[in-house]
Design a protein around this ligand. Sequence first.
Ligand SMILES: [Zn+2]
Length: 374
Amino acid sequence: MPKDISKEKSINKAKTTTELVISAVIIGTAVFLGKGCLDRVKVVPSTQNEATKIEDIEIPDASEAIDPNKIVFAAKPVSTKSKFSGNLILVNNEHQYYSTGEEKLVSIMTKNDEEGRTSFTAVDYDYTVLEPVYEPLAKMVDDWYSIYNNDTLIVYGSYRSNEFQQQLYDQFTANTAEDGEAPIVAPPGFSEHETGYAIDFSETESYDYQGTGDFQWLNQNCHKYGFIIRYAEDKEDITEYRKEPWHFRYVGSPHAKYMTDNNLCLEEYIDLLRNAYNYSGEHLKIADEYGSPYEIYFYPSDDGEEYTNVPLPTGVKFDISGNNVDGFIVTVHVNEKVEIGKENLSLTTSPYSSATTSAEETTEEISTETTVAY
Ligand SMILES: [Zn+2]
């Protein structure tokens, strides 16, 4: 079980920490004898191993013994069913989208009106995306518009309710002869549009967006804003979709950049993280468009349990997303230090709220499960 592995790792790491502490004491004593100065460092008591008995040890120059830049991880309970939400969920013919019914949607045209944005529009005010998608979408189109001054871009597809997807699917199957090609309208439950993370662009004039001409810039630069072209021609056999140059999917930064640089579709990226970058092994260390470093790892969900104890970083910002298959992907913003306990505000809101109802409990969890990784 991954949980056991993680615990074992925790014990091993704690032993290493103990050794470090002992060495520090020895070195420190020497320094003390020489210089006669002492700093006071409190070692957090733990109930699981030998490190627990070391309390209130006086260690001089502890900063030399323990690298302050090392990320400290602590297991925190995360609602297991929240593996079905987040910017990295994989929704395809095999993996259905389960709506929480709590998606925070914003109208593209309403937001454009509010912000005086004229660089693009949508078909009508009912066209919505998830709240965190609007800003990067608007920024991307604004940057494009400032170069091309082209005012023909329109959002022709965005969030779809399950009912609306059903209507589209019925229409599609009724009107399309079987041509043996991959479907272009997903059955209800299996469309990315139901997640609120996907948009389809169109050209006002022809309703035919191919990502060519002025629009080529959007397809080539969207990864800088956290978007991927979800259905590429060379990935048809994996995505099971024909190429759709108009369909943009938000996955966030730095994932979009990594996927684009390495020519990975979402299916491949999710598999890669699970197979090569598990929490207990090596983590994926990459930078975003602006050079900011990130550390990314996968942690499997404890599917029999209401909560999964996910190792999460302390003292640095992070994002957590389900993969909609078998676990969570944690993205650590390595250089963004925050106060301990305020690493991720979304943990205190839906869908994680039930996991952190008791601050006392969470604190307890941190002090007993804290591990120092690598
Ligand atoms: Zn689409």
